[in-house]
Structures are given as C-alpha cells and as structure tokens.
Design a protein around this ligand. Sequence first.
Ligand SMILES: O=C(O)[C@H]1NCC[C@@H]1O
Length: 353
Amino acid sequence: MRQLQLECIEAHAEGEAGRVVINAAGLVQGATMAERLAYCRDHLDDLRRFLLREPRGFPGLCAVLVLPPVEPGSDLGIVVLEQGGFTPMSGSNTICTVTAVLESGIVPMLEPVTRVRIDTAVGTVETEAVVSGGKVRSVTVANVPAFVVGLDVPLEVPTFGTVAVDVVFGGGFFVQAPAAAMGLTIDPDRGRELTRAGALLKLAALEQLDVRHPLNPDIDAVGNIMLHSGDRQPGVQDRNAVVLTQGRLRADDPSTWTGALDRSPCGTGTCGRMAALHARGQLEIGEKFSHLSVIGTEFVGELLGTTTLGAYEAVLPTITGSGWVTGRSTWVLDDTDPFPAGFSVGDIWAPGL
Ligand SMILES: O=C(O)[C@H]1NCC[C@@H]1O
C-alpha cells in the first residue's frame, strides 16, 4: 500500500540538482515561514532523507518544498532540503523553483519578464525571470540581506591547524576560506580533498563559532563551507567550491569527514562572499561579480545597496543564473519498503548517517 506520494519537477541550476516538490503543502504546518522551517526540522527529517538519499536520491541532490505564501503579494514559500538538513534559503534551489513553477504553469509566465516573489524563513526574496518562447532563460534572485559576522577569524581545524576564515551570512551562515590556505586548488579532480577540508572546517566552526540570525534566532549554526580563490586580482577569475556535508560530523570518526561539492557556484555562498569582499574593499556597490563553480558554471552577482540588520551592517545582493527542467517524477513510499528514510554507504558517504 502506498502511504506517501510526492509530485516533483526535477531541475538543475548551473549543474546543481534541485527536486522541486509541488504537492507538499499539506505536509507542513506553521503560520510563518520560520514556524514551517522549524516544523520541518522537528517532524519531517525522514521525508528529507526519503527524497535525498539512496535509493531515490543521490549525494549531489537538494530539494525544495513549494508551499503557499504567507506574506501579502507573495507567490509562494519555500523550505530547502539539503543533505545536511533543512535550510531557509538557497540560490540554486530558488532558480530551480522559479524555472519549474513558470515552465509548468503553476505560476503564470509573462514574457519578456516574470516576477516571482518567494517567502523564506529569513525574509522575502524577489526574483525576476527572463522568459521567451515559453522558456525561462535566466533568473535573478534579489536575496535577503547578507552580512559579515567576522573577517579572518582564527579557527583551529583538525589536521590543518589554525586557518583564518570569514564568517558570513548570505541566506545561511558560511565559513569561507581561500582554498590555498588549506593547500588546495578549486579543481574537480581534487573533490575528495576539498570535501574533507570542508568537513573539517565545519566541525571546527560548529565547535568554536557562535552565530545567530538577528531576525530568526533558530538560524544559529554554520551550514556550508566555501573554499574560494582568495583576494580579487585583476585578470583572475573568481571561483569557489562549496562543501555540503551530511547531517552528522564527528571529530573522532574520519569516515564522516566527507561531503558533496555544490555543482553550482552556490547562490547563498556567493552572496556571503560578496558581503565579505565589500567589507574588504574589493567589491563596490553596483559592480558585477562573476563567480564560477568547481565545474565552471557561473552566477553573476551584484550588490544593489546597503542596509542594517539588527546590529549588522548588511548588503543587498543579487545573483543571476539559469535553471533547466530535467524531468517530472512521482516518488512513492510502499509501506513494505525497508528504506523509508533512505540509506548511505561508505563508498561515497559516511555509512549509515
Ligand atoms: O545556491 C545555493 O545557495 C546552494 N546550492 C546548494 C546548496 C546551497 O543552498
């Protein structure tokens, strides 16, 4: 007997897969997006694993629950599912969602530009899709304010020693460091070493850093890690590799020191990186910022202005990229299936997490 049936539009944004769940409204309770995110974290973690892990998912996959809006004038709300947990916001997943809801007709498409307003647990996000011939060509996401918690913060990282990192918020909290500081380059061939370094940075961040979003105190931990190409230099292309870890990391278990690299240039990470570069005097308001992923795909960022958020000086970041629909799927759970929350195997992940 089938107990659960999830209707999805499969998509990717600049290579990063996002499974957009379009019939999840009845599964999530809460009057605000913050309450809904908290509800997902408390009650729907098995659903997240069901969607993202084997035998239905894969390590490079994220998903999005498309929910009714909560703010007047918004079109929808989203909660993002990553391998490490539920998150309030994601650039690639927002682009996947906008592309999916417009190309499927869930939200009417108006040529040449359609605006889609999206509620998240850290604020409302305005998006602008360039459309022609019934297709979404690109999506610009005017993200929630991004800010710097600290620049060059010393972290004691297992096996690496002291590493100076930037702690930033760009829709989620990130620790960001030059790949060179870990003896690495941003190259897909070094993926295994990049994920190991990212996992160890995250372990250190979770133990040593206190972060809290001024508008949503439940957002209180570093989520993802960005290794980047370092200070901006004329003629040098900015690149990054964002490490998405699994849920549980343990300092005493090297099998957990792993993760998957974001295949896109990471929208939230790019927004946080732009906040840090602005604070360092390396990115002006209104200047375009081309950021490449580990596979060479691009988001173009821009800071539209500044604002304040609680005690933080913040910037107003946008990112632009493209998404593509890759399929339609219906995921079901048979009540005799032994893996209702999926599984992971130590050939690519830490086993059993
Ligand atoms: O673009 C982003 O913001 C992200 N991509 C996958 C993980 C992050 O949420």
